[in-house]
Design a protein around this ligand. Sequence first.
Ligand SMILES: [Ca+2]
Length: 268
Amino acid sequence: MKRLVFLFTMAVLAGGVLSAQTADAECRKMHDAATNSEIETFTVNGVAFKMVKVAGGTFQMGATSEQGSDAYDDEYPVHSVTLSDYYIGQTQVTQELWEAVMGSNPSYFKDDNQRPVENVSWNYCQEFIEKLNRLTGKNFRLPTEAEWEYAARGGNKSKGYKYSGSNDADAVAWYEKNSGSKTQPVETKQSNELGLYDMSGNVWEWCQDWYDDYTSHSQSNPKEANIGSNRVLRGGSWYSFARIVRVSFRIHYSPDCRFNDYGLRLAL
Ligand SMILES: [Ca+2]
């Protein structure tokens, strides 16, 4: 009897060890699926940066219900947009990366090169991207406005938050209330559903598109309007009220404009 109990105990223990190993492997797989396998690392002049794969899908762009009465007129009408897969920067372009490519740093807040680069116009961003592409042989670009918003909303992992990754601006964004009136190093707030940092707040992010009014038509991979006078910026900054760092808020300025809260995030 004793021996039987012993064998039984050993069998249960062995089973436990086996299932623990299976669970470990399962956890590892899930972890990899959520992180490494969807992230590509690129290096330019010794500086590494990460691009996160965004699986395409269809989403409602504009002032959806969670935006409530904070939404402005130009966030309407809400319309359906379908996007193919693309990559987007895990963080805003840092001063370290900008300097590795351009050999200089135009930023106003300079004491830490992990702060996002700012004080860059849309035109200057295009120069940066052109040079980056020459150095890497890739086709980096700015995200379209639709790609920016889909990624900010968490893509097909979206939980429908008002800000990128939370309904609490403080959890995910450096903005007027918590920034100390300056940029903050990237990746120091919680990420959103896709593992992207600072899509709400820190610095505004230039999009590829000319600014245009929304229409109610469904769109597929919308590209920039043919003509316009202003380029779109998204996400708000260290200087913005919470209402401005919402996922659907939009502003637009001349492509020559630069301020100490205008920066960028790459797409591919
Ligand atoms: Ca931002």
